[in-house]
Design a protein around this ligand. Structure first.
Ligand code: ATP
Ligand code: MG
Length: 363
């Protein structure tokens, strides 16, 4: 699966761009602020329908314009597709696939799969748990696009339950209606997280060893806020346990006026040779783990779907020491469209088609 061509209109620093990347390795070279990350962000947007910088859509629209448009021709084994996304400053986003307007934007998910690695992802292990929850949930969407609906439903139910608690109303009959909705959606979210862990784990130790240069057992960990051992239970079983947890924390939640139990508070992590990486890992081990997770996710998604996702590496090599940088270069998957950005080409240990990014253009 690959991006055959990309066309941007009033997207961040690009007023008009037509770009046809190579099927293999592409190197985007340009000085700071040239627009390298913007370009990778636009490609990732095609896959996830959100910015990988966690900013609202409005930030993507070029200054002093009314709408950003991303268009792209996608080549995949299944079939080639034309994706068109318009992000207006007023009104809602419009998406088309092969000139047909999608009823739900989320139906675009899965048309192109992307795994992105950003400089801040190197801190994935030691950052707050929200980043690791997002990691699992984002991989779930790449594997099973419908996961997005469960996640959105969970977030909606959570907002409603929190709004009810904030209002200070102690009506437990109404609260139990919110509990039940939250638990149902939460059960599905957690079941998918468990399947992501199950799917990616087999590739994790191998990817870790490739980058570290020595064998180690690398696994996911999961510390829930409710009483569960993450495993192969079904969504309904998880839902029941979340419902119990919610009920038990009711008094506390009334006092805090917020929901203290559920997948939105759980803490995913990683262990290396039996030690929790966040609390026991060295800085180098943590960074190696972060790289390994993304590589393993890429391989697992490729295996599960039969097609390698597009791999985006934003300025990652300059952040690594020489040993890890060359190990990552060697570990990069073959047969994968890979787009690497860097301000310093000498930092990138792989060869490929080189592109200069400057003045809102790619040459
Ligand atoms: N909505 C927008 N409209 C116009 N310009 C924007 C918008 N959003 C960001 N920019 C500009 O895009 C530029 C940043 O681009 P980008 O982050 O892609 O740079 P980069 O090449 O990745 O740089 P670095 O090497 O520092 O990471 C900045 O100059 C910023 O002002
Ligand atoms: Mg950048």
């Amino acid at each position: 699966m690959r991006v055959d061509w990309l066309s941007l209109l009033d997207y961040r620093s690009y007023h008009t761009l037509e770009w046809s990347p190579e099927p293999g390795v592409n190197l985007l070279i340009g000085s700071n602020g040239a627009g390298k990350t913007n370009l990778l962000e636009a490609i990732a947007y095609l896959s996830t329908l959100k910015s990988f910088r966690s900013v609202p859509d409005a930030a993507l629209i070029a200054d002093e314009t009314d709408a950003a448009v991303i268009r792209s021709g996608i080549t995949s084994e299944e079939r080639d597709r034309l994706i068109e996304i318009e992000i207006p400053s007023q009104g809602s986003r419009r998406t088309q696939v092969d000139k047909t307007r999608l009823k739900r934007t989320a139906d675009l998910l899965g048309v192109i799969r992307v795994v992105a690695f950003l400089p801040e992802d190197l801190d994935l292990v030691k950052r707050g748990p929200a980043y690791r929850r997002d990691l699992l949930d984002d991989i779930a969407v790449q594997l099973w696009p419908a996961a997005h609906l469960d996640q959105a439903e969970y977030e909606r139910s959570l907002r409603q339950r929190n709004a009810f608690l904030k209002a200070g109303d102690r009506d437990d009959v109404t609260l139990s209606v919110w509990d039940s909705r939250l638990a149902q959606a939460g059960g599905r979210v957690v079941a998918r997280r468990a399947r992501v862990v199950e799917t990616v784990t087999p590739a994790l130790s191998a990817a870790y060893a490739e980058i570290a240069g020595e064998a180690a057992e690398a696994v996911f960990t999961y510390r829930p806020t409710w009483d569960v051992e993450l495993g192969s239970a079904g969504a309904a079983d998880y839902a029941e346990l979340i419902a119990k947890g919610l009920e038990a924390s009711r008094r506390h939640d009334h006092e805090r006026r917020a929901t203290s139990v559920g997948p939105h508070r759980d803490e995913p992590g990683f262990a290396i040779d039996g030690h929790e990486a966040r609390t026991h890992g060295s800085q180098g081990e943590q960074r190696t783990m972060a790289l390994a997770v993304k590589l393993a996710a890429h391989r697992s998604i490729a295996d599960a779907t039969g097609e390698a996702p597009v791999l985006l590496l934003d300025d990652v090599f300059s952040e690594l020491d020489a040993k890890r940088s060359s190990a990552l270069g060697v570990a990069l998957p073959a047969g994968t469209q890979t787009i690497i950005s860097s301000a310093r080409p000498e930092d990138v240990p792989v060869s490929g088609r080189s592109w200069q990014v400057a003045d809102g253009a790619v040459r």
